[in-house]
Design a binder for this molecule. Structure first.
Ligand code: MG
Length: 381
């Protein structure tokens, strides 16, 4: 007769009302990388090859949210109690005998490897939990450092924490007070809990910054990269200077246009709009609108930069080529790069300003105007 392995059940504790992370819904119901934190956490266990049943412990007020969530049909939903320990007990009551893995829903990036290590640890030693050794120096203090704390033997505890169901149920029944976690409950009952390897990716969402870190991890390196190009031409006319990349360059003529005719800034601005698929300068600043007559073109570029940020993108780099016989760009290229970097809000090493003549060919060769082309890369944050 083949012995069936003991059943595996994950109790995912999602009954908290945590609002420290900001937002108007409880943090476990906020959506990151396309799914709620609850859905991500459940999916980690449901996808494990060992075959893990999932008991999801929710707050009664979240019943409709749980109903609407995309959860495997096998997930059992139970209502939690007044505090975390009461919610764990409610979840344990719904578990079959065997191994139980108690997991905080706020760790949606838990890896299959960590879950496997905990299961193996419980099978070997009866109870196991993942943790990471503390490697940073530890200080005591408030505004100033008052002392250092020995870090040898200190661990950063994670979940899931795994136990035999009967043992952890008995331990919870006997425990009085507010435990930090289920390992504390188990140890109070005399259980030895093995430490198995945790993972930096298994972070706990506590504050607003953690959502961004978790989202980046859950997207799994699927970087959203956008490339945009820009092209613009302005004609020479009367004048004694040209504006190029926000720099005034003395010249025997000026550039004509509705605004200050800064062909360099216009081109980079259009490249950003292009990467965002949000039209071009004319879309956002119609030449028919007298407000933009003689406008300084940094206004346009700043709008594009802020639009990119609002769409969730960072500018990775910009590469601009100016095409003209004169004025000579070389002597002012450094100042142009510095001003562009300032306007793009990136370091100057990510900004290139190049120039070329067109071998006296065409309108630029005849010095009738200046042409410019640019490429800009945006990366989703
Ligand atoms: Mg233009």
């Amino acid at each position: 007769m083949v012995e069936t392995p003991p059943s595996l059940t994950a109790v995912i504790v999602a009954a908290g009302r945590g609002t420290r992370a900001g937002g108007d819904v409880p943090k476990q119901w906020r959506v990151i990388a396309g799914r709620s934190v609850v859905e991500w956490s459940v999916s980690r266990f449901a996808a494990h090859p060992a075959g893990i049943d999932v008991v999801l412990v929710i707050h009664p007020d979240d019943a409709e949210r749980a109903e609407a969530a995309s959860l495997p049909s096998t997930v059992r939903i139970v209502h939690g109690g007044a505090d975390r320990a009461a919610s764990v007990k409610a979840g344990l009551a719904a578990c079959a005998d065997g191994i139980v893995l108690i997991h905080d829903v706020a760790r949606p990036c838990v890896t299959l490897e960590v879950i496997s290590a905990v299961i193996a640890g419980v099978r070997a030693q009866g109870a196991a939990a993942p943790a990471l050794a503390v490697t940073d120096a530890l200080w005591r203090g408030a505004d100033t450092v008052q002392g250092t704390q020995e870090r040898d033997g200190l661990w950063r505890a994670q979940t899931p924490q795994g136990f035999e169901k009967a043992a952890i149920v008995a331990a919870h029944a006997a425990f009085e007070g507010m435990p930090a976690d289920d390992v504390e409950v188990a140890r109070a009952a005399g259980l030895d809990v093995a430490i198995v390897p945790g993972d930096e990716a298994n972070l706990k969402i506590t504050g607003p910054d953690d959502f961004a870190r978790a989202e980046a991890l859950l997207k799994g390196g699927q970087m959203d990269i956008r490339v945009g190009n820009g092209f613009d031409v302005h004609r020479f006319g009367p004048g004694d200077q040209v504006w190029l990349c926000g720099i005034s360059v003395p010249h025997g003529r000026g550039l004509q246009g509705h605004s200050d005719a800064d062909v360099g800034l216009h081109t980079v601005t259009d490249a950003i709009y292009g990467a965002l698929a949000e039209g071009d300068i004319g879309t956002h600043f119609p030449p028919s609108d007298p407000r933009w007559k003689g406008a300084e073109s940094h206004i346009f570029l700043t709008h594009a930069v802020e639009l990119a940020a609002a769409r969730g993108f960072e500018i990775a780099n910009a590469d601009l080529t100016l095409m003209c016989e004169r004025p000579k760009i070389g002597p002012v290229a450094g100042a142009m790069r510095a001003r562009l970097a300032e306007l793009l809000r990136i370091e100057v090493g990510r900004v290139s300003v190049k120039a070329t003549t067109t071998e006296r060919l065409g309108f630029t060769g005849r010095e009738e105007g200046i042409a410019a082309m640019a490429t800009v890369t945006l990366v989703a944050r």
